[in-house]
Design a protein around this ligand. Structure first.
Ligand code: SF4
Length: 391
């Protein structure tokens, strides 16, 4: 079967991007003397299944719910019509693991790849390479219909509940929609389930009759959570779910999410730029910078003993509630902007902004190394380095 539009190799390609379905790629020179008709620039072969760092401690009591190996998401972008497309390496080879009923926080500045990683985990965008094993099944090579059949078990809660709800749909119908679409319940049974869900997320029964614009921001996010819970998922990817909300409402929604986790055994991949929120929610924390995980640790370890200069800088920017302590704190602000992910710096990707950078950092990329049980960092200076490593 040859598609009428798009790339003729699409049906058999593991690395297909959305664009491949609609536009046939022209034959272009990718490197000197090397021509290929492909929108994606493959970042080398998919990495093999090296043990994901968080596996060790988290998955002791059985199979992990989610295991991400060597995940890459690369987008071709054409900045100048007369030049070949450049490749943005939004996610560039990350390994993560999440046990059932737990929360892995993913934190970093905007542009670090955390949102893209979250969407790729749910196959809302197609990974360029790597594996996303959910309940024992790798989602990356699956055809779209099979991914759709797994969708009830993995859901997403977005930052902007207003944008993710249909303004013409009453709350009752919006919450019932996934039940009807997936053929799980209809009629009186669906109505009963909707009432149960509204109660579960702390909304009054009459909220079902209202439209999204008649609700507050916090109530709308409760509706989004009810929708996400409708099909009894095991995993929720929550992408900045409280950053559009007022501070007072934020805590209520976070506490609601924690209560629901305890009650329903949900696992969260919780994405945020806010380290205080991540601390409140997570068991494990992965810090991302320019498409890579640069530090990964249990929550308490990471906040007590951050080892990567980037993590330290992020933490030093978090205000402390005590004004005396706050005034006396030493800050290590991060210099400059996040570099262009289409041209990440050679060597350590953080070297252009790192106050501790030395010669080796400019030429050699530090791997994510295990420093001690449950703590990994990608920096030559992180303590636990083998003798001579930091020279
Ligand atoms: Fe800084 Fe070098 Fe460590 Fe990178 S490897 S974080 S540049 S000290």
């Amino acid at each position: 079967h040859r598609p009428k539009r798009g790339c003729p190799f699409l049906p058999r390609c593991r690395f297909a991007l959305e664009r491949c379905a609609t536009e046939a790629p022209p034959l272009e020179e990718k490197a000197q003397g090397q021509w290929a008709a492909c929108w994606a620039e493959l970042g080398g072969p998919p990495t093999t299944a090296t043990p994901a760092p968080a596996a060790a401690a988290e998955a002791q009591d059985g199979e992990p719910l989610l295991s991400v190996r060597g995940l890459r998401v690369h987008f071709p972008v054409r900045r100048w019509p007369w030049r070949p497309p450049m490749v943005v390496r939004a996610v560039d080879g990350i390994d993560l693991e999440l046990a059932p009923g737990r929360t892995l926080g993913v934190v970093g500045e905007s542009g670090c790849g955390k949102t893209t990683a979250g969407r790729a985990v749910l196959r809302l965008i197609r990974p360029t390479a790597g594996a996303v094993v959910f309940q024992g099944q790798d989602l990356v090579p699956l055809p779209e219909e099979q991914v759709r059949s797994l969708r009830p078990r993995m859901q997403m809660v977005f930052q902007d509940p207003y944008g993710s709800l249909d303004p013409r749909m009453r709350v009752r119908d919006a919450v019932a929609e996934p039940l009807v679409v997936h053929g799980v319940a209809r009629g009186a049974e669906a109505r009963r389930r909707v009432e149960e869900l509204l109660e579960m997320v702390g909304l009054p029964a009459d909220a079902g009759d209202r439209y999204p614009h008649q609700l507050s921001g916090g109530q709308r996010q409760r509706v989004s959570i009810a929708r996400a819970l409708a099909l009894r998922p095991a995993l929720i990817v929550a992408d900045e779910p409280t950053s559009a909300l007022d501070v007072s409402v934020r805590a209520q929604i976070l506490n609601l999410m924690r209560r629901l986790q305890d009650q329903l055994g949900l696992a969260y991949l919780f994405i945020s730029h806010d380290l205080s929120v991540i601390r409140h929610m997570s068991n494990w924390v992965a810090v991302m910078y320019l498409g890579r995980v640069v530090e990964l640790a249990g929550r308490d370890t990471l906040y007590r003993d951050p080892q990567h200069p980037y993590t330290r800088a992020l933490l030093s920017a978090v205000p402390v509630p005590d004004p005396v302590v706050e005034r006396s704190r030493r800050r290590s602000p991060i210099r400059g902007d996040v570099p262009d992910p289409a041209r990440p710096p050679a060597g350590c990707r953080f070297h252009t902004r790192c106050p501790l950078a030395f010669d080796r950092c400019r030429t050699e990329e530090p791997p994510l190394r295990r420093l001690q049980d449950g703590h990994w960092a990608a920096c030559f200076l992180a303590s636990g380095a083998a003798d001579g490593d930091a020279a």
